[in-house]
Design a protein around this ligand. Sequence first.
Ligand SMILES: Cc1ncc(COP(=O)(O)O)c(C=O)c1O
Length: 394
Amino acid sequence: MKRIASRVSQLHGEGALAVYSRAKELERQGRSIIHLELGEPDFHPAAPVVDALRSAVAAGRDRYCSTRGLPALAEAIADYLKRTRGVAATGEQVLVAPGCKMALSLAMMALVEPGDEVLLPDPSFPIYPSFTRGLGATPVAFGLEEKNKFQPDVDEIARKVTPRTTMLIFNSPNNPTGTVFSDAAMEKLAVLARKHDLWVLSDEIYARILFSGEYHSIWSLPGMADRTVIIDGFSKSFAMTGWRLGYAVAPVEVIDAMDLLVLNTFTCAAEFTQVAAIEALRDSTSAVEAMVLEYLKRRDQFVTGLNHIPGFRCQAPDGAFYAWVNIEDTGLSAEEVQRLLLEEAGVAGIAGAAFGPGGKNYLRFSLASARRLLEEALERIQRVSQHWRAAISR
Ligand SMILES: Cc1ncc(COP(=O)(O)O)c(C=O)c1O
């Protein structure tokens, strides 16, 4: 009998994509929808990056290339991480992949065994628990709670470590809460990782999208460079989602293991996108700074506006481009609010359970839309929520 391998049944999808399909269907019916569901920047790569891509294709840079990524790009990534976040890694410690998700899954395939326990935040990027299960391991969630300003409670994490725990995954700034883990939390996490000999997978995809201060990677703390895997890439910081380009930075033995996985699967990331990515890392036009400034303005506008609507409350995120909004005072479930906002107001957001059980009373709205659209979304939310408040109190 034909069958599908059981590991696939352990995987799950992403809530954002389900809401997006329904929103698209409504648009086809002629409805006006404001898309705040996807984590996709509404910016495009800076002009010199697009020019570099054109020149690379014209120059025939369209061949198979190194499984680890172009050496010049690996070196440029190492320099960039040193310049932007003080990470001291070499080009040999870099592996380029088609997207951060691919870098993340290769690292997990290289390091996680069936039966292992993997610590990860709740709420967080849904692929962490999904892929952990797909590898036959068990995700063990720790909370990022509003009462702690969504910072990790490291004592809680310590209580959850068992002899089977092998990896700690986290993402700072966090998707969906926008939390930048404090230096104090980071130091305690490093102590925990060293004490229990854990791998740390630090997903730094939003590291450039910070609203104040400088980014500090756990890699740079004492004793962490030989147990940390940094995941980052071009999708968010350089608005290059569709280019599919990400990377891992890790101890050389981890990169060697991932390299073998690359050889057995996709062989290499496209050569011409890698050539153009070197131009992106030069930051020659300050496009990243301009984009982050715009996200900051949107954050302030949207968070302030939402906090004026009865039933909604939202702490201003310190990074990334999401608003994580508590809706428990609406008296409705997050799923019902998601449905009403989409069907009646034409505003697409995602009910927080898509990011873990800790997201039960929340909705995530992406700020990757122009300020005039966010303003319109706020007006629509205000209008529709007035109706349901009237209906509830009747
Ligand atoms: C936390 C986090 N990690 C990884 C990814 C995936 O990035 P990429 O599109 O480069 O695969 C995303 C995308 O939304 C994300 O939010």
